[in-house]
Write a protein of this length. Structure first.
Length: 521
């Protein structure tokens, strides 16, 4: 039985492992390993410098791609009593500037290449102190005094993670030490970690998925950190570093299996692959299980839950491959650490309804947004915004996404956010953004437009890129004379999806007076 670190605070994970297994590898980066003792030394050095700057509770933002420095700051900010604000490196400068202002960050650590366009943006906070990762960070560490690290409680906020903004601007979910540690305890129930594991992590450290890195360290396992996903690099890591577990999106798994240098033996030592963000295609599952002995584990969670509360286990995937393929449409059974209920629009329990969760791992609220917090958390229950059902065997199924998210390549894209940007252009009279199937990424954003004036696709793309990250810019553009409305007077997005997915056979529920949208030429 592998023993987890007995700690209450995030940074104590490394402190504990440094004392109990100092020479064991904690982090692999570009083929080189650093031990838990070495990691702890760097973390303490940065934390003591941070402690001398400002006060407990200050927000410290990080803007960068995966690197050892990013991981050091995750633990160091915690030890110094600061609140970490990881920023999505794929966002546009306007989006990043807003999150810096909204969080009230006093210090920003950033990759130089990402910092330059951000500082040029007119809304960049001029008071914000910036430090580039690398030599500038080293100089800062030697530039002033250090201070004793503060005493902290588990209720101290540790992270502010900005959500994908389903109702417009993203909101900052507050994850305290208690909720983060509870999220790790939940994950360990479904994805057991062995101290000898070597875990490959290609997802961004600025996502809530970074809790998987903490989970490995909690059990003394080492993390092989990749700057980002690359199929060839993943194969090389499996061969050279003997990877035993990893996290990959279904899209990534497909790219891995289809890479020209891939051999099934590359995954011989991999015990399990965890995935989320989108469902596993049956043919991909069948191929993976027939060619390898890898176990698969899917989870259901969200930023506001500090991780996941339901898992589709390795045994469930074996059943799906053998004789129950419909099981792949499920996100698994809820864990014992969380209570899950389904409620209707009146707040009453129902057979199908909005998924609400009560668990220690729930966020404490949204940063400086009491109204949004009150709407999201009622009597200790977190409203997820997802519509679900639970079958007789206890498996949870996501029926619809109330928050109207588009899931593209593992990224959440909020339709409302894109619509708000599009409506600012004078040529757009009205619009609706929906997700359509896309073979490589799962879904892509499609904008359906009512035009007030003629406009080209290039002009629309340029307009969106001025305010949105590139991955949020619609990949398909469609025009229509009138958007279909449902009985509540809202845009009927399910009908739009049906029309565009199968334009020659639209559903009979369609408003016969509604023109089938046509692609913008």
């Amino acid at each position: 039985m592998n023993q987890a670190a007995q700690v209450d605070l995030l940074h104590q994970i490394i402190e504990y492992q440094s004392a109990h297994r100092p020479t064991s590898p904690a982090l692999w980066w570009q083929g080189e390993a650093s031990s838990f003792a070495e990691l702890q030394n760097v973390v303490l050095r940065i934390a003591e410098r941070l402690a001398a700057s400002g006060s407990v509770g200050d927000r410290i933002a990080v803007l960068g791609w995966n690197s050892p420095a990013f991981l050091h700051l995750i633990y160091s900010a915690s030890a110094a009593g600061k609140i970490l604000v990881p920023l999505n490196a794929r966002l546009a400068p306007a989006e990043l500037a807003h999150q810096l202002q909204a969080s009230g960050a006093s210090l920003l650590f950033a990759d130089r290449a990402l910092l330059q366009p951000l500082m040029a943006h007119p809304e960049f906070p001029t008071h914000l102190k910036t430090i580039c990762l690398g030599s500038e960070l080293e100089a800062w560490l030697h530039s002033a005094k250090t201070a004793t690290l503060p005493e902290l409680s588990a209720d101290q906020p540790a992270w502010i993670l900005y959500t994908s903004g389903s109702t417009g601007r993203p909101k900052g979910a507050i994850l305290n030490h208690r909720s983060l540690m509870a999220g790790l305890a939940s994950a360990a129930l479904a994805r057991p970690v062995q101290s000898e594991d070597r875990y490959y992590y290609p997802f961004p450290l600025f996502h809530v998925s970074a809790h998987n890195v903490l989970l490995q360290h909690m059990y003394g396992a080492s993390v092989i950190l990749s700057r980002s996903f690359d199929a060839a690099e993943t194969i090389k890591a499996c061969r050279d570093l003997k990877v035993t577990s990893m996290s990959l999106a279904p899209t990534m798994i497909g790219l891995l299996l289809n890479h020209p240098t891939f051999n099934a033996d590359d995954l011989r030592g991999v015990r399990t692959i965890g995935y989320g963000a989108s469902a596993m295609p049956t043919d991909l599952l069948q191929r993976l299980l027939s060619e390898t002995e890898v176990g698969l584990c899917q989870s259901y969670g969200m930023t506001e839950l500090s991780g996941s509360v339901a898992f589709l286990t390795e045994a469930d995937h074996q059943r799906a491959a053998m004789d129950t393929p419909a099981l792949l449409q499920s996100v698994g059974r809820p864990l014992s650490t969380a209570k899950i209920a389904l409620i209707d629009k009146d707040g009453n329990e129902s057979a199908e309804g909005e998924i609400v969760v009560k668990a220690r791992q729930c966020m404490s609220g949204y940063w400086n947004d009491p109204k949004a917090t009150a709407l999201a958390i009622e009597d200790g229950w977190l409203r997820t915004g997802d519509i679900g059902r639970i079958d007789d065997a206890g498996y949870l199924y996501i029926v619809d996404r109330k928050k109207d998210m588009i899931l593209s390549g593992g990224e959440n894209i909020a339709s409302r956010e894109i619509e708000n940007v599009l409506r600012r252009h004078p040529a757009i009279a009205d619009c609706a953004v929906i997700g359509l199937p896309e073979p490589k990424w799962g879904e892509c954003a499609c904008a359906v437009l009512c035009l007030a004036a003629e406009i080209s696709e290039d002009e629309l793309i340029a307009h969106c890129r001025a305010s949105l990250a590139r991955f949020k810019v619609p990949k398909q553009w469609v025009r229509t004379d009138r958007l279909p409305l449902n009985a509540a007077g809202k845009v009927d997005k399910p009908l739009l999806r049906r029309q565009l997915e199968n334009p020659l056979n639209t559903n009979t529920e369609a408003d016969t007076e509604t023109e089938t949208p046509r692609y913008l030429s």
